[in-house]
Design a protein around this ligand. Structure first.
Ligand SMILES: [Zn+2]
Length: 247
């Protein structure tokens, strides 16, 4: 079974009907928001008793211990039905992830976490655009998550394609060119240093670049960091070993 941090027995549901539909939100906007129900105030989501009311460092420790279990072949999470009823009422993720869409990188598995523990934004090349940023802002401000990890991975096809675009000026079909334009700034920084292993250097710089973007993102993320309530870290997932290295 998963280590269950998702609820306390004495905890009342964090989102009442009033909160789910949001004071002042019309029916149309509530429907539009769908799963992104905005609490009327942030306090219900970030009470001291919430299961994710832990420090950023504790959250990182929890994440890395889960990765050690996964990489060692001793995961706890096999029963995903546990605590489903409690999760239907509220969510308390302890970490946000910016992950590549790559099918070989599966954050909940890689960190041995059950549903409700990780708030994951995925896009090929694990960069943060406005919509991804807004999703993370929701997780930080309304769900109270104390940690965000930008998770790159070895042998990333999106970063590799971006290197080819930058170096060989190739053009990509469909909307791929737009996607790659988001990864380009980091790749250009990495290539300037003339690294021996261009792909790995670009993968690492792409993670660092997006960590910096998040750390300086106003008004929400930067303020939570300044108040000590949030940390943003970078990690690289090794496809060959399943291990995540914090960079
Ligand atoms: Zn990738």
């Amino acid at each position: 079974m998963c280590v269950d941090h998702s609820h306390h027995d004495d905890e009342r549901p964090a989102l009442s009907r009033r909160h789910v539909f949001g004071a002042g939100l019309g029916v149309a906007s509530a429907a539009f928001l769908g799963g992104f129900a905005l609490p009327a105030s942030a306090d219900t989501a970030t009470t001291a008793t919430a299961p994710n009311a832990i420090s950023p460092d504790e959250a990182l420790k929890r994440l890395m211990e889960g990765n050690a279990r996964y990489a060692g072949g001793t995961p706890n999470c096999t029963d995903f039905s546990a605590s489903r009823a409690a999760r239907a009422l509220s969510q308390h993720p302890f970490a946000g992830l910016v992950s590549c869409a790559d099918s070989r990188v599966a954050p909940e598995l890689a960190f041995d976490q059950g549903p409700g523990e990780l708030f994951v934004v995925r896009v090929a090349g694990n960069f943060v655009n406005d919509d991804g940023l807004a999703s993370l802002e929701y997780g930080v401000k309304f769900l109270g998550m104390p940690l965000i990890m930008v998770l790159g991975h070895t042998n990333c096809g999106a970063v590799d394609a971006t290197i080819k675009v930058v170096k060989d000026n190739i053009s990509l079909p469909g909307h791929l060119g737009e996607l790659v334009s988001n990864i380009k700034p980091a790749v250009e920084i990495a290539l300037k240093a003339k690294p021996e292993d261009q792909l790995n250097a670009a993968i690492v710089e792409n993670v660092r670049y997006n960590v910096r973007e998040l750390e300086t993102s106003t008004p929400i993320i930067a303020e939570f960091i300044r108040d000590g309530k949030l940390k943003v870290v970078g990690g690289i997932y090794d496809l060959a070993t399943g291990k995540v290295t914090v960079i």
